[in-house]
Design a protein around this ligand. Structure first.
Ligand SMILES: [Zn+2]
Length: 495
């Protein structure tokens, strides 16, 4: 007796609980997603899940009839399930609103139970839709931040344990045991919603005005790799997903700034210029001096193939260009000369150091790597075109990170979207700090390049991005403008 009661006691008791209890889940509240200042971007609305414990149902006809009327479920199927001996518990419907549940509760149906549930709610609907992502009906992250950080956001469901007899009926008068749910953690983004809404407005305006296939903006803090805004059109309302059209949903939810590659065109000349400046400062005889005047012909002949500038070079256009002016004018032949003179080994060294052809490491699923011709297969014609951003594909986030590195002193930071994870009491569970990966060019080379890029906006092809009172640098391209506001005059911060 001593042995059974004292030594085995606990074990036997827990076995008894397994055999004699039936449980109802208590759904954990999903963690919030906020911007860097605590603005809630993804939250929850209170709702309820409706369950049936089949063995406790006294009147299956009444239960299936009442529930089908108020919840819109199939009456016959529900009735069959209740009578089936296979299941002891049926989840009838989730995310049922409070009013409906109060009415059902008032009907006092035997065997029908309610448990708090959560409905994800996105206060800004279409904003950041590809970044935040969405959850399945039962609250699992399916894309974006919702998926990448799902294990933090999910929390742990609790349960109510009832003692039940062998066939699963409640034992009247017996106590229930309550195991509370652990709510999910709050995920704080590096996004600044104020800046985000400005970008959303700009992207929406461009999309409406020029009717492109898509328009997108990424805003990155070059001093630490934090992503401040990511905006994309077309987008979709996270509170109204086309769940029945999976193809459309997949298309709309692609975060093209991270998962899609494109040919960067002239924006890539930032890399070619950076490589030349750095190699020149290092004393590489294959680099051009900063005063060097490039041949003003519109054409270059590479392995018998003619490569031309986008401009006609008529009436003295693109004449007498040094490197700074070549950037201002975005003159292709000058960058062909640099690429061929530095050679493929050097150019590929910089391509790799600036993070192309590899994942940036951003905290997001499905990042594309872009496309590089394998170095061993690169012909002179390819190398010449790579010099001005053709025969290569990059992701917008790669381009943003490389450009940030080129002008911030040469420091390549891993980009990131989440800076902090904390619990509902505000206690920090995890801090994510800036990650410096490497220095690609010297501070001196970076400073020279930043000044040249300011020239592009002040005097060159990027004039439309000029803002009075701010230092703005940039580089234009066929597929858009990479614009870097180098420093804000008033607040003195990098952005
Ligand atoms: Zn030209």
């Amino acid at each position: 007796m001593f042995y059974i009661q004292i030594v085995w006691g606990d074990e036997l008791q827990s076995k008894a609980i397994d055999q004699w209890t039936r449980e109802l889940p208590i759904i954990a509240s999903r963690g919030l997603i906020t911007d860097r200042n605590g603005v809630v971007l993804a939250g929850n609305e209170q709702s309820y899940a409706v369950f049936i414990r089949t063995r406790s149902v006294v009147d299956p006809v009444l239960v299936s009839n009442t529930l089908s009327k108020s919840l819109g479920v199939d009456e016959k199927k529900l009735y069959d399930k209740i009578l089936s001996t296979k299941t002891s518990e049926i989840t009838v419907k989730r995310r049922v609103d409070k009013q409906t549940v109060e009415k059902l509760n008032g009907a006092n149906l035997n065997g029908v139970y309610f448990s708090p549930d959560n409905t994800r709610y996105y206060p800004y609907g279409n904003s950041l839709s590809q970044v935040l992502g969405y959850t399945s009906i039962d609250g699992h992250g399916q894309s974006g931040i919702e998926r990448y950080y799902d294990e933090y956001l999910s929390g742990y469901d609790g349960e109510i344990l009832y003692e039940a007899d062998l066939v699963g009926k409640d034992i009247q008068g017996k106590n229930a045991r309550y195991i509370s749910a652990t709510d999910g953690l709050t995920v704080k983004l590096t996004i600044d919603y104020e800046l985000q809404s400005i970008c959303d407005g700009a992207v929406a305006k461009a999309y409406a005005e020029y009717v492109p296939k898509s328009a997108a903006v990424i805003l990155l803090d070059p001093s630490n790799g934090q992503i401040l805004a990511m905006s994309q059109s077309p987008n979709y309302d996270l509170n109204d997903l086309p769940r029945d059209d999976l193809q459309l949903l997949n298309k709309l939810s692609r975060c093209s700034l991270i998962v899609d590659s494109y040919e960067p065109g002239s924006t890539f000349k930032v890399l070619t210029a950076a490589a030349n400046i750095e190699e020149y400062l290092k004393g590489n005889p294959n680099a051009f001096s900063l005063e060097h005047i490039f041949n003003s012909s519109r054409y270059r002949y590479v392995d018998g193939k003619k490569i031309k500038c986008w401009s006609t070079h008529e009436k003295g256009k693109h004449a007498n260009e040094n490197l700074a002016m070549a950037l201002n004018n975005s003159c292709n032949p000058c960058f062909v000369d640099i690429a061929l003179s530095l050679g493929k080994d050097k150019i590929y060294e910089y391509i790799t150091a600036f993070g192309y052809g590899q994942a940036t490491g951003v905290d997001f699923d499905g990042e594309a790597l872009g496309m590089l011709v394998p170095k061993s297969a690169v012909k002179n014609g390819d190398l010449a075109r790579i010099g001005f951003g053709q025969t290569i594909a990059v992701t917008p986030i790669q381009l943003a990170c490389a450009t940030a590195c080129a002008i911030n002193g040469g420091y390549y930071y891993e980009p990131y979207l989440v800076s902090e994870i904390k619990d509902s009491q505000g206690r920090i569970a995890e801090m994510i700090n800036p990650k410096l990966k490497r220095q690609v060019i010297s501070e001196k080379a970076s400073k020279i390049l930043a000044e040249y890029l300011e020239g592009v906006v002040a005097n060159g092809s990027g004039k439309q991005a000029y803002i009075e009172g701010y230092k703005v640098g940039g580089k234009t391209g066929v597929f858009g403008l990479t614009c870097v506001i180098i420093a804000m005059k008033k607040r003195g911060i990098m952005a």
